[in-house]
Design a protein around this ligand. Structure first.
Ligand SMILES: [Ca+2]
Ligand SMILES: [Ca+2]
Length: 167
């Protein structure tokens, strides 16, 4: 087995920190990095792939050495959140979402509305996840009776349960 294995990845990777996507040493090594910063990381086996390594890729007990540069960073969402508003929520959210004014919000109206907010920078979806899956879940969560439409009553009900910071 060779002593050193050298790979030149030479391309960028998207990593979500805290999501178990990289070895603990990498997670730790990326902490508090700023955009444009370069770091030389030496990761011992117990914070890397351990004694077992990765078949055909990383030998057992390997010390991992990385030269990395942070090219871009996106702020995550608070734990447990998949979507947050950057600004105050529209006062009549339901009417705004119900584009065809049939008193129901259909999945397409819901998706369009959320995507529009994200594109305009008014809301933010958790990075590293499929946005359409998140929106699907948000819709199902709001669609209390599961009939594929959100009525104003279902919408209100959910909103009333959310904690209010003022009355
Ligand atoms: Ca509608
Ligand atoms: Ca419904």
């Amino acid at each position: 087995m060779p002593d050193h294995v050298r790979y030149n990845y030479g391309k960028t990777y998207n990593i979500v920190l805290g999501a178990n996507q990289v070895v603990p040493g990498m997670e730790e090594g990326l902490m508090d990095m700023c955009v444009g910063e370069k770091r030389h990381l030496v990761i011992p086996p117990h914070l890397g792939y351990g004694e077992r390594g990765v078949t055909d890729e990383v030998p057992g007990s390997a010390v991992l050495v990385f030269d990395i540069e942070l090219v871009e960073m996106e702020e995550g969402l608070p734990e447990g959140y998949m979507f947050i508003w950057n600004e105050d929520v529209a006062t009549d959210l339901f009417t705004e979402m119900d584009k065809d004014k049939n008193e129901q919000v259909e999945p397409s109206e819901f998706t369009d509305y959320i995507m529009q907010q994200v594109n305009e920078g008014k809301g933010r979806l958790a990075p590293g996840f499929d946005p359409y899956r998140i929106i699907d879940n948000m819709f199902s969560n709001q669609d209390r009776d599961g009939d594929g439409k959100i009525t104003e009553a279902e919408f209100r009900l959910k909103a009333d349960e959310a904690p209010h910071d003022e009355l």
